[in-house]
Design a protein around this ligand. Structure first.
Ligand SMILES: *[C@@H]1O[C@H](CO)[C@@H](O)[C@H](O)[C@H]1NC(C)=O
Ligand SMILES: *[C@@H]1O[C@H](CO)[C@@H](O)[C@H](O)[C@H]1NC(C)=O
Ligand SMILES: *[C@@H]1O[C@H](CO)[C@@H](O)[C@H](O)[C@H]1NC(C)=O
Ligand SMILES: *[C@@H]1O[C@H](CO)[C@@H](O)[C@H](O)[C@H]1NC(C)=O
Ligand SMILES: *[C@@H]1O[C@H](CO)[C@@H](O)[C@H](O)[C@H]1NC(C)=O
Ligand SMILES: *[C@@H]1O[C@H](CO)[C@@H](O)[C@H](O)[C@H]1NC(C)=O
Ligand SMILES: *[C@@H]1O[C@H](CO)[C@@H](O)[C@H](O)[C@H]1NC(C)=O
Length: 557
């Protein structure tokens, strides 16, 4: 993201002295849930969750809290993160981000295995680096705890506390905030785990106290948590006490944020907050929220995004955004400005052999399946036997959709010699939620080419623990014969609040739109991610030799 010029609003400087004077929420638009927030000196960092996509946990950096740039991913080596056959919404859940004694800590849980037979939480872990800009983090160091959303906290006496969301009644699914002290070198437990808090809501399975963040401000300990589940009743609440384990005094003004109180607000599902003190003493927070479209709170194809807001203090309690809901336009606080969401890359301009930055794959790739050098000027995607939607790793290169009104476009050169071979572009959210426009061939190897569209019906039964691969039997597939067997073909997916429209243009020809779908098909709420655009090549069950050569990647509003 390239920075805009700063516009100063003198009257607001008292509140926004970190030179934050213009802002448009979400600050990290698109699939960026569960933000963890950290300051080291005058550098700010945010990490978000990634579930079954690889690499895991993007790290964003800013010096003004408004302009954020991706600096790497904490889990970027297959040896750190083996998402092999991991089901949708398994993988990496909410991260924590901490700094102590010159070392950065990214704390997380990876649900490599996550099915109805095995929904047990695996042990959490942390990875470390002394140079967060190096994109070189350690291998995971595992805790002993059973749970998720781990936090690390260093007390003044040197004790290191691990705090997480654990399950205290697996039958009734009642969760609570657990804690123990650990040996930070090994992750080993030093004291027994104890339940330190059950949340502010009635103690049942809807309460879901999670995402604990522990702080010490001026000698008082604060426990900030998320409650109510990540959906419509999501909220943030805080407690304070004389020790890292409580006993806790409830903030009389809880919840700190709960947009769900007013379902007409453009931003919903606000919660999972993290706060910090800026260099100048002012306080800021991040949280996740959604921007539902088409008047339906469950229709948010971009998923959960990261929002920023000012924090002030009253009677020793933090107040988020002056006690008002978190919205896209914090006009009372900051001057508004448009977010930077366009992205354009000519693959001929890439130096080096690797795609670097905000590129993602579904699950850990078994091996590299693309090349920027075999045919200079192109991203060559080499297909394998797996198709998008298989519980494996299809040859699929992804980037997040970053605006609701956004078009994804490329030019593809592809000459398939069978009707299983297919390459093209997709709007993807999980194995059972993706729609494509691509090019395929003829069963007799005639060289004839067809535009193929594939529309999947939403399967509401497929939750986060989906056992089966994409149900391609439920796809509606259409084929239109192309005029040539060798001309480059432009492909595009035009996204709007409520639809995606798939089109192509052969050679220098005009655009032809061949399919339009309701974007609600890409917004099943129980999918924790958000949409990504992708380029793919597949043999749909068979190895394939035909390479797919893409000339550029363009996302624009
Ligand atoms: C990454 O960090 C490790 C441990 O500090 C070091 O041994 C290794 O050389 C580093 N790798 C790179 C590519 O910098
Ligand atoms: C909440 O319920 C769980 C499971 O029954 C129990 O272990 C825990 O003590 C309860 N918390 C409170 C505050 O009652
Ligand atoms: C939990 O308690 C709240 C308040 O009584 C209630 O609205 C909610 O339905 C309960 N959830 C479950 C799963 O019992
Ligand atoms: C801590 O104390 C300092 C100095 O009195 C004050 O400026 C600051 O706002 C306090 N922080 C909190 C969180 O209360
Ligand atoms: C998308 O564009 C339409 C038409 O210009 C507009 O009404 C709508 O508000 C836009 N949606 C978003 C989320 O920007
Ligand atoms: C490919 O063609 C064969 C023979 O006509 C047909 O049986 C098969 O269903 C086709 N496969 C696809 C994916 O279109
Ligand atoms: C796949 O489709 C078949 C036939 O419609 C259906 O019986 C089955 O339940 C579906 N499976 C999933 C996971 O959607």
């Amino acid at each position: 993201m390239i920075g805009f010029g700063m516009r100063t609003v003198a009257a607001l400087l008292a509140l926004a002295a970190v030179t934050v004077d213009a802002l448009f929420n979400p600050i990290l638009p698109g699939f960026n849930p569960d933000p963890a927030f950290l300051r080291v000196g005058s550098d700010y960092f945010i990490a978000t969750s990634t579930f079954e996509v690889f690499p895991g946990h993007p790290i964003y950096h800013s010096t003004n809290l408004v302009d954020w740039e991706l600096v790497g991913h904490a889990l970027n080596r297959p040896a750190q993160l083996s998402l092999l056959g991991t089901p949708g919404n398994g993988g990496l859940w909410a991260p924590g981000l901490r700094y102590h004694d010159g070392i950065f800590y990214l704390i997380s849980t990876s649900r490599h295995v996550y099915t109805s037979e095995l929904s047990l939480f695996p042990r959490s872990f942390y990875v470390t680096t002394d140079d967060i800009f190096s994109n070189n983090w350690s291998d995971p160091i595992y805790f002993d705890s059973l749970g998720y959303d781990p936090d690390l906290f260093w007390d003044d006496n040197g004790d290191v506390y691990s705090t997480w969301c654990g399950i205290n009644d697996p039958i009734d699914k009642i969760y609570g905030i657990y804690q123990n002290t650990i040996d930070i070198a090994t992750g080993d437990s030093l004291t027994p785990a104890q339940l330190i808090f059950s949340g502010t809501l009635p103690n049942n399975s809807s309460a879901r106290p999670e995402g604990p963040k522990l702080y010490n401000f001026n000698g008082t300990y604060y426990l900030l948590i998320a409650e109510g589940g990540t959906g419509a009743t999501h909220r943030a609440t805080i407690q304070r006490g004389p020790s890292p384990s409580g006993p806790w005094e409830n903030n009389p003004k809880n919840p700190l944020v709960y947009n769900g109180e007013d379902p007409s607000l453009a931003v919903q599902s606000t919660g999972h907050a993290d706060i910090l003190q800026a260099e100048d003493g002012s306080f800021w927070g991040t949280l996740l929220g959604t921007r539902p479209q088409g008047g339906n709170t469950n229709h948010a194809q971009l998923g959960r995004e990261t929002f920023l807001y000012p924090v002030t203090w009253e009677d020793g309690w933090p107040i988020f955004n002056g006690g008002r809901p978190i919205t896209e336009h914090l006009v009372d606080v900051l001057e508004d400005r448009p977010p930077v969401t366009d992205f354009e890359l000519d693959f001929g301009d890439v130096e080096g052999e690797d795609l670097e930055g905000a590129w993602y794959f579904v699950r850990t790739p078994y091996k590299k399946f693309y090349s920027l050098t075999e045919r200079k000027g192109y991203l060559r995607v080499k297909g394998n036997a797996y198709a998008i939607g298989d519980r494996d790793s299809a040859a699929l290169v992804l980037r997040k959709q970053t605006a609701y009104n956004q078009t994804f476009e490329t030019t593809l050169e592809f000459s398939p010699l069978s009707n299983t071979t297919e390459a093209g572009i997709t709007i993807w959210r999980q194995d059972s939620m993706h729609d494509e426009i691509g090019i395929s061939g003829d069963a007799d190897g005639s060289g004839k080419r067809y535009i193929v569209t594939r529309k999947l019906e939403k399967n509401d039964q497929v939750g986060p623990w989906a056992l089966t691969p994409a149900n391609n039997t439920k796809a509606t597939v259409d084929r239109v014969e192309l005029e040539t067997d060798d001309e480059p073909v432009k492909l595009r997916i035009v996204g709007s609040s409520t639809s995606y429209t798939f089109g192509y243009a052969e050679g220098e020809g005009e655009w032809v739109d061949v399919l339009s779908i309701d974007s609600a098909l890409l917004s099943l709420f129980s999918d924790f991610k958000g949409t990504l655009f992708g380029m793919y090549n597949t043999g749909r069950g068979f190895p394939t030799l035909a390479p797919a050569d893409f000339r550029y990647w363009k996302q624009y509003s």
